[in-house]
Design a protein. Structure first.
Length: 146
């Protein structure tokens, strides 16, 4: 079974997951690539316990989400949905921060229409475009207005 613990490079921030992950996902959007955490795993609100949480700095990367990183070493930790609606509070934990990533297959690629030409992953994955992802998280009364 895969690891339920992880942390940043300097270990100022550590965490324990309520449930061990069974897969990872990959986001091809430019913000995830620039932030250095495009491979993630979904964690629902209440699904993670932090140690050293006071060492987490957040950055509002859009009107609807924030990104968290270690104040000391700068390690990318997560992306979190802040907007009201479906998914609020859900975070995508940077899978690279897990203590052990063994046995975690790549399941889904999102923002596939933003994938750089040189990226190619082995195996079959579910692929979603930006429009499909935005529709998934849109509030029922917003439709495709995002």
């Amino acid at each position: 079974m895969s690891s339920k613990t992880g942390g940043c490079l300097c270990n100022a921030v550590r965490y324990t997951l309520a449930t061990a992950p069974d897969h990872v996902d990959y986001c091809h959007c430019s913000m995830c690539r620039k932030f250095g955490g495009p491979m993630g795993l979904e964690v629902q609100p209440g699904g993670i316990v932090w140690e050293g949480e006071d060492q987490i700095q957040t950055y509002a990367s859009s009107e609807w989400a924030e990104r968290g990183f270690c104040r000391t070493c700068g390690s990318s930790l997560f992306w979190r949905m802040t907007a009201e609606g479906p998914g609020q509070g859900m975070l995508s934990l940077n899978a690279g921060t897990l203590d052990d990533m063994s046995g975690l297959p790549l399941k889904t690629e999102i923002y596939i229409d933003h994938k750089p030409d040189g990226y190619a992953f082995a195996g079959q994955t579910t692929k979603m475009t930006e429009a499909e992802v935005m529709a998934l998280f849109a509030a029922p009364d917003e439709g495709d207005s995002q």
